[in-house]
Each structure stands twice: as structure tokens, then as C-alpha cells.
Design a protein around this ligand. Sequence first.
Ligand code: NAD
Length: 495
Amino acid sequence: MTAPSIFDALKALSLPDRAVIDGGLVKAASGQTFDNVSPRDGTLINKVAACQAVDVDRAVASARKAFEDGRWRDQGPRAKKAVLFRLAELMERDAEDLALLESLDTGKPIRDARAVDVPLSIGTCRWYAEALDKVYGEVGAAPVDRLSWAVHEPLGVVGAIVPWNFPLHMAMWKVAPALAMGNSVVLKPAEQSPLTALKLGELALEAGLPAGVLNVIPGLGGVAGEALALSMDVDMIAFTGSGPVGRRLMEYSGRSNLKRVSLELGGKSPQIVFADCRHLDAAAEAAAWGVFYNQGEVCTAASRLLVEEGIKDAFVEKVIAVAKAMVPGDPLDPDTVFGAMVSERQMNTALDYIATAESQGARRLLGGQRVRQDTGGFYVEPTIFDGLQPDHTLAREEVFGPVLGVQTFKDADEAIALANDTVYGLAAGLWTSDIDRALTSARRLKAGLVWVNGWDACDITMPFGGFKQSGFGRDRSLHTLHKYADLKSVSVTLR
Ligand code: NAD
């Protein structure tokens, strides 16, 4: 008997299509659905509940009730940990289903969904479960007849609005710390990728999270997302996504209840390679994977490569050699390392940026085409442009696709000036074997994440987020727990 194929597993897969509200799996009140399309072949995966304002209000009301009656907030740390650990166990039990759903929904290679998205999401859940009783208040200096302390209290109802590039992982970056601090959550997945968030909502109920503490409302951004962000009863919106929507969320906050907003937006992240670097092969691997991983749909994508003049041609040859091995393929084939873009729209955006770069005079060295069109899927080759000028659109705007632009510099001052010449400030990297240069450059780069002699050296213990228009508020690390809490000062006068 032959081993069951991934396609057999796919046939047996149950596809979540209902919202998770108040402990139940429900259709939208209007009965409306939206089409959830697979990027691998452009076919319909399923029709998913399209939540409207009335559904969002129900979810928020359920989250509010759950918060106020303390069914989760007031459980002791041990009880909370047990539920979150159980959730992690259930995700582990269903890891293969989660990976399949993620790959099918987003077009990312199944090998990445299995090796990266799902295990990191489980790890995040466990990490915040471990951390939740390590949040200490403080006792302040006070006169002898007074005792004063400051304590972190949960905010209440947190709305989490997440994107489609790492749907489960980004959801977990927000849901796990928000729950760990005792909040209730209403999660709005992106309409391109609702499946793993819905499955997460189901698993949380199975794990014993009380009804209403985690609601999941699939729907369109301008409908369900907007209703959530305008709600008078949501205390915070935690967002990852585009700059324009980030701006709107701040407006919605001003127009409603001044809810807190945390924004993780995009970037135009530079990777600088100095000629003194003794690890140019590793740097070339990082230059290619840094921008082409996940088809370039990564907020920290290293989309600008800044190379010291003398080594540029030889170095770029190495990068091209690495990129040539990233041949777009079926995301569900375990050998595929480079999959499909999430949607026809996102593919066309990337192709438009490629056309603009050519028209502005950048020189295409690799790729540039839509491929595998016969499959009906949305595939774009890894693409490299040389001769990028600081005023080119490709040097200034985020593509969120597999397009790299190469620039050169003469010395460290010019490299840092070019690197910082952007409205963004999410990530930056540098490759050098000079310790002084590494340390000074790391200090001078205006970015929330700086990697030296490596790219995307990520760890849950370190804060993740941007400077400038890349947003504010951090995911990951213990700092994030404070984001989901208010600080209360209590003073007792001793009489
Ligand atoms: P987006 O910002 O439109 O969508 C992100 C989330 O916001 C989704 O859940 C969406 O439904 C929701 N949303 C959309 N409009 C909303 C509104 N008016 N009110 C409330 N919620 C709303 O991102 P996109 O259109 O999916 O992608 C466009 C660009 O966003 C990309 O090209 C990329 O630049 C950026 N992006 C960044 C990240 C990141 O990790 N920083 C992730 C995905 C996309």
C-alpha cells in the first residue's frame, strides 16, 4: 500500500467556514459569505461567513460579557496556563491540518507552513503561557505612612486585525499575550486567509477557553474590520498590515472611544554588505532568502540590497545563483521552496512595480515574469534589479512581492545615509567583519530590528516592531504583555 498523499489528506480536510462567536460556530446573521480562493490554482476553496457590523457587535458584546464576569480574567495563573498549554497541545495534534490549511489559503510552500508557521505559532502560545505569571508590579517609594504600588491590569476587549502573509503566526503573536494578560479577544483574519484563524478559534474552545473569550470574525476589512475598529466597546486594536489601513485605524479610534492602537506596518528594509565581510557566501544566501522568502510577502523583506562598490558585480552574481534555485512551484509539493502569491491582486501589484522599475531605468538581472499561468495560480519569479536610484519607486515603496533592488555605496557614511533614506524603519541588516563598524552602524541605523551578519535572526524573546512609519507597539517578548495591560497606581494611607 502506498503512503497517503498530501492530496488525499486535502480531500479529508475539514474546511472551517463559520465565525466563532460566544462559544458557537455560526453563520453571518445575514447569511452572506465571501469566496475564499486558493492562490495555487485560482479555484474556490470554500465560502466563508462574511461578518457584518451586527455580527461584530455580537462578538464584541460576548467578549465584553466574558471579561466583566471574570470567567477568564479572574482565573488564577495556573488555570490560565493549563488552558493555553492545552491549546498548544491541540495545535500540535492538528499541526498537519493547520499546515495544509495555511498553504492552501496563502500559497506558501507546505514545507514552510510545516517547519515555520505552525511550530512557531505553537511555540508562541507556550511561551506566553509560561510568561503570564512573570509579570510583576512595583512598590513605589512613598512617605512612611503610605504604601503605594503599581499593577498591570488587563485592558478588556482587544480587537486583533491580522494580515494574510503569516495568518496563524501573526494571530498568535497577538492572541497569546492578550489572553495571557486576562483580556477577551475578537480576532479578524484577512479575507484572503481566514482558515487557520477559524480553526484556532475552534481549538481554543476545545482547550477549555470559556465561551466569548476568543471570538473569530471572518469578513471584509472595510466591513467587519471597520466595525470592530469603530466599536465603542473595544479597548484596543492590535494590527498588522498596510500603512493606509493603519492610518484609518487611528482615525477610527479618534472618531470612536480613543481606543489604544498598536500598528505593525510594512517596511523597505535595507541589507548592507561591506567589502570587508569575510562571509560573503552567507551574505549572498541572506540577501536572496531575505527578500524572496514567502514570495517576498514579508513585512521585514530585505528589499533593498546596498553593496560596497568594489564587490558589487561579484556579489550580485552570488545572489543570482542562490535566487535561481528558487523556482516557483506548487505550494503543496513538499519540495517547493517558492510558492504562489496570495492573490491575483497582489500578483498584479508586484508585476506593476516590476514594469515601473524598468520604465524608470533600473536594469533587470533576473526574473520579472508571471509563470505557471496554466495552473490558474498567481506565480511571479524572483526578480532582481540593478542600478536602483534613491528616487526610483522601487527604492521607496513597499512591493510585498519577490522584487529586489540593488544599490551601491562608497563608504559607511553613504551606506547608512542610503539605508535610512526611507519613511520606514522596520528592519535593517549589515554584513561586516569589522567589529567597530558593526557596532557603530547598528547604532546609526533607524530601525526597530537590526541584524548583523545574519538576516531575520528572530526569537520570541526579542521585541518585534518598527520605527517611523513602520508603526509602533511591539509583538513578541515580555514587553508585549504590557501592551495588553493598563497600569494602575494604588496608594494606601496608613492611619
Ligand atoms: P491590509 O492592511 O488591507 O489588510 C490587513 C488587515 O486589515 C486585513 O485583515 C484586512 O481585512 C484589514 N482591513 C482592511 N481594511 C480595513 C479597514 N478599513 N478597517 C479595518 N480593517 C481593515 O493589507 P492588504 O491589502 O491585505 O495588503 C496590502 C499591503 O499591506 C501589502 O502590499 C503590504 O504592503 C501590506 N501588508 C503588510 C503586512 C505586514 O506584515 N506588515 C502584512 C500584510 C500586508
